[in-house]
Each structure stands twice: as structure tokens, then as C-alpha cells.
Design a protein around this ligand. Structure first.
Ligand code: PLP
Length: 374
């Protein structure tokens, strides 16, 4: 996979807010790696179009820099979850925007005015939209979350053939188990999706998100719509990550102290020292997305060595055991996510997935965009 360009040759842009002016933690987002990931996914799914899912503020990484980078990399279609996200995105790009949530009675005019394309998930939504402009149709093939049932879908196809409803510009469905290639549901969903070919002759189709791309060409159809993999997450669970890492998160060491045998560290005194140990206190906590579930399972990396979390995670602080790591002092950085600890690894330690970790990284990190587009 693409090698990251060396840092000094890249331009870094820092997004500073009142909250991050004197930040004790830094989240760097490598836009060159993001572009490399887009190119890689587009290559994997060619000749299908590769769209990009940028919901939830581009998975927490910042909508504007992410979208600008992806546009420059050749992306022509974007997906967001909500109307508000779509309206924000419309101020950034003139490209095609689909909104997964579809329309409501209150907001269908706003969609049309901003040239946003709703993903219509039900017959009532189709009626509300009433062919105001291009839209996608979501067919449920087994996720049972959003989307039209097959029965409703076929009903609708009659309306399309007799001209009461205009043909959708995209038909999509979503895989429930794409990260488990051997799961039966993948083939079942694929078959259901393929079966509607005769109904809508000319609408392009899209089934796969990040992991679906790696299930093979039969899952690609006309368009793929990855999110997570673009941001460096591993779309091939249990296999080496084919994507380039995009984020790096580090936090300052605030204090180092020695604890004697029998002393405890942190709330609840859950960590009791079995011998004399060196403890470092680091400026990151659950308010920054460092989940309380990481207590006693996670490590940070200091001077290239792993230091285990000691005791509970506080709102703004964690303590780690640095016994045996020489020369650590206040002001040094601890790597939270980076070359030694991946997003997927850290999420696993917290009993969650990288998606949740990325989208809950808090507002206090100074965000630095590396390899920024002009
Ligand atoms: C979030 C989402 C995607 C993107 O999924 P990733 O696994 O992040 O690639 C695609 N399609 C739908 C319907 C989604 O909700």
C-alpha cells in the first residue's frame, strides 16, 4: 500500500478553536493517506464508481478538509446521514450529495432547494418527495433497518413503468455482515439485490460499503460507497489492514511520580501497585473519546515502548505504568493512536469498533491536517 510521504515535505494546517488553542492533545489527520485510500478503493472497485460516505463530520475527522481532498482525488458522489449534514456539505461542494435519512413532510422543500438527493426508504417517503428531483431508492435485502420491502419495491416499479414516479438515479441496499466474508447473509442479500435487475433497467445500483468492496467484483455493481476504510480503518477484519493509516493521536504527559508497593492509583483505587512503580499522568480522558472501558486493557506508546493503563480512566486524565521506560518527563508525548496502536486495536480494547472510536474523539484535540490541499 501507499507509503506515507515524509512529514517535512508536507504542508500542515492546524484547525484552532477556542477549545484547542492551548491543547494538551493533538489529532493529526493525514490527507495524503486519505487520498491514497480513495485511489486504492477506487482501483479495487473499478470500473464501478467509488463514492464516499462522509456522515458524522466525515467520521469525526472534519468534513471540509476531507471532502476537498476526496474531490481532488476524483470523488464525484457523497453520502451523508441527515439533511443538516447535507446542507453543510452543500456549502463545501457542488458534487452529487445523497442523504440516507430521506425526506419528511417538513423538510422535503429544503432538500430540493439545496439540490440534495434523498435516499427514499419507504412508500410514504416516495409520495412525499413526489418526484421533485433526482433521488435514490433504498431496498431492504435483509438488514431490516431502513428501506423498502421487496413487496413495496415491486409495487413502486409499476408506478415507475406507468410514469407516476420517475426512475431513481440510484438503487441501493446495505449489507449487514460484509465484514464476515463467510456469513450466509452476504450471498442472500446479493441474490435479492441482483434479482431486481429486470424491474429497474436503467437505474445504477450500489450495494457495498467498505467491507463489501473486498467481497469481490460481484458485490460492486455500479457504485461502491465506502466510509470507514477511507479513514484508515480495516475493512478486512482478521486480516492485515490494506489501508493507509490516516490519524495519529497523541497527548501530553503532565506528571510522573513514583508509587510505593501497596499504593493505589486513580478513582476507586482499582490499581494497587505490587511493587515500587513509576506512573505517568496523561492529558486525555473519556471526554476526549478515551473510553472508560479502556481501563486495564489498553496501552499507550511512550518512546516506542508500550505503557499499560493503570487504574480507571478519568474525564480528562489517564495514568499509565512507565516502570522500565527511561527518561520520561512531563511535557513528553504519549502516542494514543499511531504506528504502534491502530484505531482498530484501541477500539477492540474498549469492546467497540473503530467507527465508534473515530466518531467520539472529543473536541479538545488540536486537529492538524497534514498534506493539506490548498
Ligand atoms: C455508513 C454507511 C455506509 C458506509 O459504511 P462503511 O462501513 O463506513 O464503509 C454505506 N452505506 C450506508 C447505508 C451507511 O449507513
Amino acid at each position: 500500500m501507499a507509503v506515507l510521504p515524509d512529514l517535512p515535505t508536507m504542508i500542515a494546517i492546524t484547525m484552532e478553536t477556542a477549545l484547542t488553542k492551548n491543547s494538551l492533545s493533538e489529532l493529526s489527520i493525514n490527507l495524503e493517506a486519505l487520498a491514497a485510500n480513495y485511489h486504492f478503493l477506487a482501483e479495487q472497485s473499478a470500473p464501478s464508481e467509488c463514492a464516499a460516505v462522509v456522515k458524522a463530520n466525515a467520521y469525526g475527522l472534519g468534513l471540509r478538509p476531507v471532502v476537498r481532498t476526496l474531490e481532488k482525488a476524483g470523488c464525484k458522489t457523497f453520502f451523508v446521514a441527515t439533511l443538516d449534514e447535507g446542507l453543510t456539505l452543500r456549502t463545501i461542494t457542488a458534487k452529487t450529495i445523497y442523504v440516507f435519512a430521506g425526506v419528511t413532510e417538513e423538510n422535503n422543500v429544503a432538500f430540493a432547494e439545496a439540490s440534495l438527493r434523498p435516499v427514499l426508504n419507504s412508500i410514504p417517503q416516495v409520495k412525499l418527495w413526489n418526484s421533485r428531483g433526482p433521488s435514490a431508492l433504498h431496498l431492504d435485502t435483509g438488514m431490516n433497518r431502513l428501506g423498502l420491502s421487496k413487496k413495496d419495491f415491486l409495487k413502486l416499479s409499476t408506478c415507475i413503468s406507468n410514469g407516476t414516479v420517475i426512475e431513481p438515479t440510484l438503487i441501493l441496499s446495505h449489507l449487514a455482515c460484509a465484514d464476515e466474508p463467510a456469513h450466509d447473509l452476504n450471498v442472500q442479500q446479493l441474490k435479492k439485490f441482483q434479482a431486481l435487475r429486470p424491474t429497474f433497467q436503467s437505474s445504477p445500483r450500489s450495494l457495498s460499503a467498505s467491507s463489501g468492496i473486498f467481497l469481490g467484483p460481484s458485490y460492486h455493481f455500479d457504485m461502491v460507497r465506502p466510509g470507514y476504510a477511507l479513514y484508515g480503518g480495516n475493512p478486512t477484519k482478521n486480516q492485515p489492514n490494506p489501508m493507509s493509516p490516516v490519524i495519529n493521536l497523541k497527548a501530553r504527559i503532565m506528571q510522573c511520580r513514583e508509587v510505593a508497593r501497596g499504593e493505589t492509583v486513580g478513582y476507586g483505587a482499582t490499581f494497587r501497585s505490587d511493587k515500587r512503580r513509576q506512573i505517568a499522568t496523561i492529558a486525555i480522558g473519556y471526554a476526549d473519546g478515551y473510553s472508560r472501558a479502556l481501563a486495564e486493557t489498553a496501552h499507550v506508546s511512550i518512546k516506542g515502548m508500550l505503557a499499560p493503563v493503570a487504574g480507571r480512566i478519568s474525564m480528562d486524565l489517564i495514568s499509565v505504568d512507565i516502570t522500565g521506560i527511561e527518561g520520561v518527563k512531563p511535557g513528553d508525548w504519549a502516542e494514543i493512536i499511531g504506528s504502534t496502536i491502530s484505531v482498530d486495536d484501541l477500539a477492540k480494547c474498549a469492546g467497540t469498533i473503530g467507527y465508534e472510536l473515530l466518531t467520539t474523539l472529543g473536541p479538545r484535540h488540536k486537529r492538524i491536517y497534514i498534506g493539506a490541499i490548498k
